[in-house]
Write a protein that binds this ligand. Structure first.
Ligand code: GLC
Length: 744
């Protein structure tokens, strides 16, 4: 439709019909198979306006959605099509590694490909919009939703958010196999106090701007069609009712002109926050903040018409919101083809096709982080010696869902297990399998239910005995352990970030009979690893690896592929160190590396540092990185510095290293992080091969949000490192001088 036709349509709509376009109803109203991703019990499922609501969420499948659309449009007064939205977070039918793993690839181009594949599959399934990427910066492993993020760094998160938006949306939404992208959760949900969902965020505006807003902005500048508000308050104001965030920052400063949707129930929940007297005031405050669509709270449906008729809000505001929604439907081509790409026949060939599976397998290879691989008397345990007898032990050798709790489509039965993948690689007489223990401790509460078994103790005694026998028989043990996939994700905050006690007991028991242990971890957050560390000669972080988890992990364990991934979130020694991040500030008395440590910034009972830092990950080969060479050490504002290192593969096998550039602004008008990631690149080298890696440093890279409200760089002294983690690299200093190019 043309803009003129859209305006004519809007003018022909009644006030109620316009308001209903701003209402999103849970998919359960249209189909019992809908994914439940919110408090559905709060919704009136006998909704009278189901054939007028502008959008719904949580349902998918070509045949089902085409049927619903047809019935809906026959009743919709102006035959305006229904918008189908879904959480396609890291894959549709083909599930990729969870985003915390995808980010560890440090490969935005590959992550973009994941989004492209997810869009292709979702589009043939009839989906129009995905609620992804989640671009929240995260620092607190107690928060279950760190699993959905790409970690603690603004620069990396920005690269990944933009890549996912571009992958989902393609160049135009008219392209087949694309969906609209809704970036979330605006804003700063990742700073949730104490790692708890739905509560408060207390941040200075400076910190909000310096760390938390950048990735959303990169996604918006990549063209995302929608933004979702976050459940949290920011400095006492719920995001969903905050005009400063949603108009000044999002619309005016970032230039977002698309559709703003609330999170599930977030409009109505402003009453619980104590920000609104009742749901009517919540509707008013959300509208004034610029929220176009009320997801599943019914406040807009119940009160907006009264608010207009009472003269509290202007119908013009409603019109502006509805026009943004109609434009989104128009951009998706729904007025011309309300079924868009939904195609039952194509579903049979596109979903989980071999090409998609192979790419998912590659992404597992690129997301698995090798944390430890110590040299033992016969050398390192990894890659596995193909002549050895191997016992695969632990609850994750089969069956347990390796996809995250945010894969709402498809089936775990399509996932390649460790057992299945191992049997494809090793001779039958070479391997044994034993579950070893249950995944969870007895009486664990999960998903609102209590996991209890009367025979839990006996079962685990039997399982442990079988596992010890397998371990005694084997040369090497591969332990496959971790969190339940619903122990991370939404409403999955934890005060203890260890693997379940029953699994820790198993490690110690297995160690008694075999000390050659490789531990593979399945988890959606950084973990405390004291026990794992104590008994494992090698540790592999596999996250929630998705559909091709078994294949990708065995490719790494056998050395068919060399690990290259790097942590995007710090792993603490203990949860007591949380929240933590590498890009923190110094202190007036930084911890001393030698000499007296009293009266300095330190814990009495723990290191200040993470066990494993941001940017860290091992390989099966080794790389040497020379000191950075700078073409000059002074630059003007219109100048640049070329920084180079020589990287050499000094090991015996091909490998890929992620070379990382960090910069520190040593003294400025406000304190600045001890290091900030400013660039990275993956370098694949054959054994013995070497290459020059070049980074160009420009003045815009040095800008920051200054106390006076400006965003600019300040002349002065800087330090840079180029290395393979946030704690690596030799420092070199350079100066940014006022004026243009400087001569030495
Ligand atoms: C949930 C989540 C959000 C998701 C939405 C729709 O509560 O917070 O990330 O996209 O509801 O499922």
């Amino acid at each position: 439709m043309t803009e003129k036709e859209l305006n004519a349509l809007l003018n022909d709509m009644s006030l109620e019909e316009k308001i209903n376009q701003m209402v999103q109803l849970p998919g359960q109203i249209y189909a019992s198979s809908a994914a439940v991703t919110g408090n559905i019990e709060n919704n009136d499922v006998n909704h009278t306006i189901f054939y007028q609501a502008g959008s719904t969420l949580g349902i998918y499948g070509a045949e089902q959605l085409k049927k619903i659309q047809k019935e809906y449009m026959a009743k919709q007064p102006h035959h305006i099509p229904l918008l189908f939205m879904l959480d396609v977070i890291h894959g549709y039918e083909t599930a990729f590694p969870c985003p915390l793993g995808l980010g560890a690839s440090f490969d935005p181009e590959s992550v973009k490909m994941c989004a492209e594949i997810a869009a292709k599959e979702a589009a043939v399934g009839g989906v129009h919009v995905t609620f992804s990427p989640m671009a929240d910066l995260v620092r607190d492993a107690r928060w279950g939703r760190v699993m959905e993020s790409t970690g603690e760094d603004p620069y990396l998160n920005g690269k990944m958010a933009a890549a996912m938006v571009e992958g989902f949306q393609g160049n135009t939404r008219a392209e087949k196999g694309t969906v609209s992208s809704c970036i979330k959760h605006f804003a700063a949900y990742g700073a949730a106090t104490a790692g708890l969902d739905y509560t408060n965020v207390e941040l200075s505006e400076h910190t909000l701007r310096e760390y938390y807003l950048g990735a959303y902005e990169k996604g918006i500048h990549a063209g995302c069609d929608m933004v979702m508000t976050s459940f949290n308050t920011w400095n006492g104001i719920p995001s969903t009712g905050n005009p400063w965030l949603m108009k000044q920052i999002l619309r005016n400063e970032m230039g977002f002109d698309g559709v703003l949707i609330s999170d599930w129930g977030a409009v109505g929940e402003m009453v619980n926050h104590g920000f609104c007297e009742d749901r009517k005031e919540a509707a008013e405050k959300a509208l004034r903040a610029g929220v176009d669509i009320d997801m599943c709270s019914d406040c807009y449906a119940d009160y907006l018409a009264d608010l207009v008729r009472e003269g509290v809000v202007e119908e013009k505001v409603i019109d502006e919101a509805v026009m943004r929604i109609l434009k989104l439907k128009n951009k998706l081509g729904l007025f011309e083809n309300p079924y868009r790409d939904a195609d039952e026949e194509k579903e049979k060939t596109v979903l989980l096709c071999e090409e998609h599976r192979q790419f998912a397998r590659k992404m597992v290879q690129k997301s698995v982080v090798l944390l430890k691989n110590e040299r033992m008397e016969e050398g390192c345990l990894l890659p596995l010696d193909p002549t050895k007898k191997i016992a695969f032990i632990g609850p994750y050798i089969e069956g347990e869902d390796m996809r995250s709790s945010w894969v709402v489509t498809g089936s775990a039965s399509n996932t390649i297990s460790i057992r299945q993948a191992a049997k494809e690689v090793f001779f039958e007489n070479q391997i044994r399998f034993a579950k070893g223990c249950t995944l969870l401790n007895n009486d664990t509460v999960l998903n609102g239910a209590q996991y209890h078994s009367d025979s839990w103790m006996e079962d685990n005694m039997r399982l442990e005995k079988e596992a010890r026998q397998a371990a005694a028989w084997a040369d090497i043990v591969v332990l496959c352990l971790g969190e339940h996939n619903h122990q991370s994700g939404e409403a999955s905050s934890r005060t203890s970030i260890t693997i379940p006690d029953i699994q820790q007991k198993l490690i110690a028991s297995i160690y008694e009979v075999n000390q050659k242990i490789v531990t593979v971890l399945f988890n959606g957050r950084p973990l405390e690893l004291d026990t794992v560390e104590a008994y494992s000669g090698a540790i592999v972080e596999a996250w929630m690896p998705g559909t091709e988890g078994g294949h990708g992990i065995l490719d790494i364990l056998t050395g068919a592929c060399t690990p290259s991934a790097k942590l995007t979130m710090s792993f603490p020694y203990t949860v007591g160190q949380e929240p933590m991040s590498y890009n923190s500030y110094s202190s007036g008395r930084p911890k001393q590396t030698e000499g007296r440590a009293d009266f300095t910034t330190r814990y009495l009972d723990c290191s200040n540092d993470p066990r494993y830092p941001f940017g860290y990950g091992l390989s099966y080969t080794r790389f040497s990185i020379t000191e950075p060479e700078l073409n000059q050490t002074r630059m003007g504002f219109n100048d640049q510095i070329i920084a180079q290192v020589r990287v050499k593969n000094v090991g015996e096998r091909k490998g890929t290293e992620v070379i990382q550039l960090y910069i520190q602004d040593i003294a400025a008008s406000c304190v600045r992080p001890v290091r900030e990631l400013k660039g990275f690149c993956r370098v694949e080298l054959e054994a013995g091969e070497e290459r020059t890696v070049t980074f160009t440093i420009t003045e815009p890279m040095l800008r920051f949000h200054c106390p006076d409200g400006s965003y600019k760089s300040e002349s002065g002294r800087f330090r840079l490192w180029i290395g393979n983690s946030s704690v690596d690299g030799n420092a070199k200093e350079f100066w940014l001088e006022k004026g243009n190019r400087m001569t030495e």
